[in-house]
Write a protein that binds this ligand. Structure first.
Ligand SMILES: *[C@@H]1O[C@H](CO)[C@@H](O)[C@H](O)[C@H]1NC(C)=O
Ligand SMILES: *[C@@H]1O[C@H](CO)[C@@H](O)[C@H](O)[C@H]1NC(C)=O
Length: 343
């Protein structure tokens, strides 16, 4: 009798595990904008941004979205967004001129907090940990562009290029799809930020608290062509860094498309089962569970990034988790916004 009970329990347990299948539900695809910016405040409030000056906000966990076109920026691609609450967000317009706009009234009006019309100026990525953040741009005259903010993007201070280590060679290999990760850690921890470059060479840069010197390390991720390299990184204290990328011109290729580091980027390892193709975004959901997405699908790992399981063949550019809460959302081309469930 007892044995049967145990067997039954085991059987039901495994059924339960199988039944718990991660699924992706499309919430909105009514707009044609290509969406690359996504920021999730909590389980109800999320913001997205993308091409044609598009920004959308949901206050009900994605049931409904309010879409706006930022006045005066109808042709701009807002590649990144950081939302601080239901009313406050900043958006990053990459180039010509590079611009960062902020709203405090839920997207009704926007004001400029940063602008740079230098020729060749191209903002790659923006990353925040609470009020502190950084933005990084392509090198101009072989000098990296990095600016930091301490006040939720209200003010930006460029880090003078000549204080950045290595001068000429620094960032010289930078290309497209660069990515940035900013971390202030726990209360007394020192902030740092890390940067991974894509393109013909892929490197990992680690900036200490002063952000004046960077450790540069070669990333053992696919590289050598414009379409290859690192695209996204995330970090947590338990598992360390995870970086994804691949070859977006060959988006089902799984060759060297993911690397992990448990020692702050000193050494890198490859997963046993890599994500199933080119991936443009990766995040930790919990200490051990991760999700990554790209044009050829979405994968989840339940073991800190060592093994990845394909959960969807659908294309997405970006995935984000609620800063306060558990909801996970995705966004992509053709205005597609989705929610993950069953994870
Ligand atoms: C990566 O860069 C290429 C070339 O600029 C671009 O076509 C592609 O859309 C970018 N991918 C992402 C995810 O930003
Ligand atoms: C993805 O596509 C392949 C090939 O068409 C199919 O065999 C597989 O079941 C699909 N996987 C998912 C998770 O949809």
């Amino acid at each position: 009798m007892r044995l049967i009970k145990i067997l039954l329990t085991l059987c039901c347990y495994s059924l339960n595990v199988n039944a718990q299948q991660a699924t992706i539900t499309i919430l909105d695809s009514s707009h044609k904008a290509s969406l690359r910016g996504l920021s999730v405040v909590d389980d109800n409030v999320l913001w997205v941004s993308g091409s044609s000056g598009s920004v959308a906000r949901s206050m009900d966990g994605g049931k409904t979205f309010e879409w706006i076109t930022v006045p005066g920026y109808e042709k701009r691609d807002f590649r990144d967004i950081e939302a601080f609450d239901a009313n406050t967000a900043i958006i990053m317009g990459i180039a010509e001129p590079a611009v960062i706009l902020k709203t405090k009234d839920g997207g009704k009006s926007w004001y400029k907090v940063f602008e740079d019309s230098t020729k060749g100026m191209f903002l790659d990525a923006m990353s925040f940990d609470r009020e502190k953040g950084a933005v990084v741009g392509d090198p101009i005259n072989h000098h990296a562009f990095i600016a930091v903010s301490e006040d939720g993007g209200e003010h930006w201070t460029p880090i003078p290029a000549d204080t950045l280590q290595e001068g000429e060679a620094f960032f010289a290999s930078s290309g497209t799809n660069n990515t940035l990760f900013f971390y202030t850690g726990e209360q007394h921890a020192k902030p740092f930020f890390a940067f991974a470059s894509g393109g013909t060479a892929s490197n990992f840069y680690f900036f200490g608290p002063a952000a004046h010197t960077a450790d540069k390390r070669k990333l053992p991720i696919i590289q050598g062509k414009e379409s290859t390299g690192a695209n996204s990184l995330d970090y947590n204290k338990k598992n360390g860094f995870v970086v994804v990328g691949g070859d977006f011109a060959n988006d089902k290729d799984t060759t060297l498309n993911c690397v992990l580091s448990h020692d702050m980027g000193t050494t890198w390892i490859h997963p046993h089962t890599p994500p199933h193709g080119y991936r443009s975004c990766v995040i930790y959901i919990t200490n051990n569970q991760l999700i990554t997405c790209g044009t050829s699908g979405v994968d989840i790992s339940n073991d800190g990034g060592m093994n990845w399981q394909l959960v969807s063949n659908q294309s997405f550019h970006v995935v984000q988790k609620a800063k306060k809460g558990n909801a996970v959302f995705l966004a992509g081309s053709r205005g597609k916004i989705a929610r993950l469930s069953g994870y």
